[in-house]
Design a protein. Structure first.
Length: 157
């Protein structure tokens, strides 16, 4: 059923009686014709908030705001190492990985800290995370050795 406005109900009733859909006019019809309802006042559009309204136009010679302080980008050496690893080995990201092996978390490796000197110490097929961890440890080791004036042996295994 269509929603009707109160000021138009008597017009609809007169159309229905002329068309023959209503045989006798309703009891209220004559009273509404003698005293029609007041027309609705025109609606005022809702007020816009300052959030919705357009920003005021600035003149070309108006002083521009100085930009606020910006945060410095945060970068970690591990992220750069992982990025380079996946550039060098793109298909490594498609290899299926299990977070837990045989339903239990693996024990921590007996070699820890700066004792990691070769990637092969992680096993036959190290994961990208193990690669990043070893490369980060080697990077830290090289930084500590070079800052203390120690010569770094090249190609030692």
């Amino acid at each position: 059923m269509v929603r009707r406005i109160a000021s138009q109900v008597h017009k609809q009733a007169s159309r229905l009686t002329r068309a023959g859909f209503i045989k006798t006019p309703p009891a209220w019809y004559q009273a509404v014709l003698e005293h029609p309802p007041l027309p609705l006042p025109p609606r005022e559009p809702p007020r816009r908030t300052s959030y919705d309204s357009a920003p005021p136009k600035q003149h070309a010679f108006a002083a521009k705001k100085t930009p606020g302080p910006r945060t410095l980008p945060i970068s970690y050496i591990e992220d750069e190492i992982r990025r380079q690893f996946f550039r060098d080995h793109p298909f490594e990201s498609f290899r299926p990985r299990s977070l837990t092996e045989a339903g239990a978390i693996e024990d921590e490796h007996p070699i820890r800290g700066l004792q990691w000197t070769r990637l092969s110490q992680h096993g036959r097929n190290p994961s990208p995370e193990e690669y990043a961890a070893v490369a980060t440890r080697m990077h830290a080791l090289l930084l500590t050795l070079t800052t203390h004036g120690t010569k770094v042996p090249c190609g030692s295994r």
